[in-house]
Design a protein around this ligand. Sequence first.
Ligand code: GUN
Ligand code: ZN
Length: 431
Amino acid sequence: MTTLVRARLFHTPQSPRLEVYEDGGLAYEAGRILAAGDFERVRAEYPGAEVVDRRDCLMVPGLVDAHVHYPQVPVIGAMGMRLLAWLRDRTLPEEERLADPGYARAQARTFLRQLGRNGTTTALVFGAHFMTAMQVFFEEAEASGLRLSAGLVVGDRNLTEALRTTPERALKESRKLAQDWHGRGHLRYAVSPRFSLSCSEALLAACGELLAENPELLFTSHLNESEDEIATVAGLFPDSPNYLETYGRHGLVRRRSVFAHNVHPTAAELESLARAGASICHCPSSNMFIGSGLFPLRRHLDQAVRVCLGTDVGGGTGFSLFKEGLMAYQGQMLLADGVALTPAHLLYLATRSGAQALDLEDEIGDFSAGKAADYVLLRPPAGSTLEVVLQHSPSAEAALAAVFTLAREESVAEVVVAGRRVHPSLDSPDW
Ligand code: GUN
Ligand code: ZN
């Protein structure tokens, strides 16, 4: 059975150029896109398709959050601290609670529900320090239908006893989780040292060993987020020429490596990132909330470093990638050499760039035929500011700009992954 959804359709197949169909159609069957374009043209091509009329909605590809922490929902909005104090006083104590698998499962469910209701269909998730917490996470992730990559977070110094592991244990537990979950349905495994500040050379070497054993795995960590953090890492790794190289010397900087932040890079680090094809995940709301700094997007683009977008919940201020796009825009506006981000560029950052970073470009990120039918339908609540602004938008670009500025979870009407609805869930009162 072919389904044909009729809506106002936006995507960036030749990013960051915007492609818009005011009366658009997306045809798909068995979870795969057959065609996207003008509704009448697509209908003529698939006359037998079941038409789902969503002309009251805007449609965008499923959003990709390339950096978000599963255990950190309870610390969203923890004000008054910069990174290292925020970790020590609020975040790591909360993460210790995930030692209890029952608590971890409840947190996993809450977290996954928040992703779905914000239109996020794919995420690279920073996990928890406990193997049991990751087992229950992957179980819940599989049930959610979302496309998720995640891994056991590992560190063996500058962490409390409860969160510390050893290189041997990290290797053994990560290997087992990767064997059990990588490539199962929509799930993949990401090797995840917390950051060099909490890792010995031996632990980072163990991470390198895992990637060497299975190069298909993803890799994720933090990089150059705050000035205090960078100075501490320099003291811990006196032989390393820079922060990136603490990972690079263990084979951790490559395609399928995604580093969050990079607010304060050196020119040499940008060059190495570009050469390796590794990605930087820009997390603007977190950088502003924790006071880490404004992201030098221009320097990344000039050096052809791949950049994608993440919420970094709970340093970030919520799950909305639309809000994250707005924050990215505002951050660039405040920089003397900021990039003048267009709505098309924001949509690219929230969709296709994430697909590229996660090496899922052939599968998701836009509505090209053959890709998976992952999409979000947006319908502003009656009487909302977004509804009013959209009624007056003079162009498709202006409408998309209004979406990034004003659309939040209340406007996310339906979220579909591979042709299957993941939000609202069938038992939800919203449906
Ligand atoms: N660096 C190491 N751990 C974290 C974390 O949980 N959040 C952020 N923003 N930075 C980190
Ligand atoms: Zn983070």
